[in-house]
Design a protein around this ligand. Structure first.
Ligand code: NDP
Length: 449
């Protein structure tokens, strides 16, 4: 009789957990996974996927307007129906949830749709009281929106609820200056809401290159998004008519129909019972792991946002994959965190790989910066006064491209391909050696002077 019920028990069926479960099972391990909400996790259920679909939906506002410059006559004034977009997006989420569930089942991964907590180094307990044992336990419970504490914060929503709104708010206040705040500012602005973004500092998207974030700020203001900087919440009061009266430092009280808080996400460890097994956390509550995603307890591993290494879905997937290779394919594997491309699906989107100009100057000293500041051809004809900006940073000594930063139409699509060159360590001369593909926006990358 086997010593344990399973070889691997995964808690959390998000991107990292599902990948680890599926690949471990493919390598012959007996695997179970517990999920208290829906298979797919944040990215599929209330993150990247539904957000990107809303971005597409919102972008039609510009496309329909620009179309008229290209000769299209609209029979009537375009009208937007939020419930149609919302329900179609949620239906797509259900479809992907089903596909993920099928994938797990096809790999003979046993799925428990209930909350599981850690009882000991090799034991987990379900809410029902039933226990299971496993040779290895993987914690892949992700992160959870952090809501600062202040009077009335319960009247605000987080990115968990934003996909389910009954109606489109006429006036929305979005708190935070990061990924979620800028992406939803763009979405609601294009869908017709009056958007105000409030942040505790005067910096948005602090980890991105300054020229790129300055350009986003300038374009966002031009589109009508209002920014309130250096402001912290004092209170939110719900008024009789349902509107929310917001008081924030340095600003007059203002009414909004909805307040969305996007001030970061914290590792989701609350009530998981990690203390029962003595799993060590850092000051932020993140599970401390080594290069192989192993915690201080030999039988317990953790991947994805719960470890707060890099809070990105493809990173969690890589960590899950590496774990399966290490534990069940006799192939110890680590994840390379260098030159991870990332993007913000704002309007317009921005994307980056490698060092910002500031980081490169600090690290390398001698660098070269190449810029292309241009208006996309389509935007010129549409008389859309919005300029794209591409920035390449090279090591002045070796000519190696160490950073690429872009804002403009399709920037994430273009950057994903260019990131291969940056990751491979190619030089500016290598970029210059490639003949331009004309007319594209991406050709700017091989024409930088
Ligand atoms: P971010 O970490 O991107 O931004 C957090 C913002 O909130 C910052 O502007 C920060 O201000 C502010 N902030 C942080 N703590 C507080 C606080 N206690 N009170 C008030 N303001 C605060 O977080 P998001 O919530 O936007 O996103 C969470 C994570 O989800 C991201 O880190 C990202 O990894 C992931 N994500 C990725 C996406 C993508 O890849 N496109 C899309 C959406 C999310 P300041 O910087 O001024 O200190």
């Amino acid at each position: 009789m086997a010593e344990f019920d399973y070889d691997l028990f995964v808690i959390g069926a998000g991107s990292g957990g599902v990948r680890a479960a599926r690949v471990s099972a493919a390598h012959g391990a007996k695997v179970a996974i517990a999920e208290e909400h829906k298979v797919g996790g944040t990215c599929v259920i209330r993150g990247c996927v539904p957000k990107k679909l809303l971005v597409y939906g919102a972008h039609f506002a510009e496309d329909l307007k620009d179309a008229q410059k290209f000769g299209w006559k609209l029979a009537s004034k375009p009208d937007f129906d939020w419930p149609t977009l919302r329900d179609n997006v949620l239906a797509e989420v259900e479809r992907i949830n089903g596909a993920y569930t099928d994938t797990l089942k096809n790999h003979d991964v046993e799925i428990f749709l209930e909350r599981a907590t850690v009882e000991g180094p090799n034991t987990i307990t379900f809410a029902s009281g039933e226990t299971k044992t496993a040779k290895y336990i993987l914690i892949a419970t992700g992160a959870w929106p952090h809501i600062p504490e202040f009077p009335g914060s319960e009247h605000a929503i987080s990115s968990n609820e934003v996909f389910h709104l009954e109606k489109l708010p006429k006036r929305i206040l979005i708190a935070g200056g990061g990924y979620i705040a800028n992406e939803f500012a763009g979405i609601f602005n294009k869908l017709g809401s009056r958007v105000t973004l409030i942040n505790r500092t005067d910096v948005i998207l602090r980890q991105y290159d300054q020229s790129i974030r300055d350009r986003l700020l300038q374009i966002s203001i031009t589109k009508g998004i209002e920014f309130c900087f250096n402001a912290e919440f004092e209170s939110i009061e719900k008024q009789e008519d349902g509107s929310l009266l917001v008081k924030a430092t340095g600003y007059d009280p203002r009414e909004f129909d909805q307040v969305l808080i996007a001030t970061g996400r914290r590792p989701n460890v609350s009530g998981l019972g990690l203390e029962n097994a003595g799993v060590a956390l850092d000051d932020t509550g993140a599970i401390i792991v080594d290069d192989y995603s192993k915690t201080n307890v030999d039988s317990i591993y953790a991947v994805g946002d719960v470890t707060d290494r890099v809070q990105l879905t493809p990173v969690a997937i890589r960590e899950g994959n590496a774990l399966a290779e290490t534990l069940f394919n006799d192939n110890p594997t680590t994840v390379d965190y260098d030159a991870i491309p990332s993007a913000v699906f704002s309007h317009p989107p921005l994307a980056a790989v490698g060092m910002t100009e500031g980081e490169a100057r600090n690290k390398l000293g001698s660098i070269k910066v190449y810029l292309s500041d241009f208006r996309a051809m389509k935007d010129v004809l549409a008389e859309r006064n919005e300029r794209a900006l591409y920035k390449m940073i090279t090591d002045a000594v070796t000519d190696r491209v160490v950073g690429l930063h872009m804002i403009g139409p399709d920037a994430p699509e273009i950057l994903q391909a260019a990131a291969v060159a940056v990751k491979a360590g190619l030089t500016k001369a290598d970029f210059d050696n490639v003949v331009a593909l004309h007319p594209t926006m991406a050709e700017e990358l091989v024409l930088l002077r």
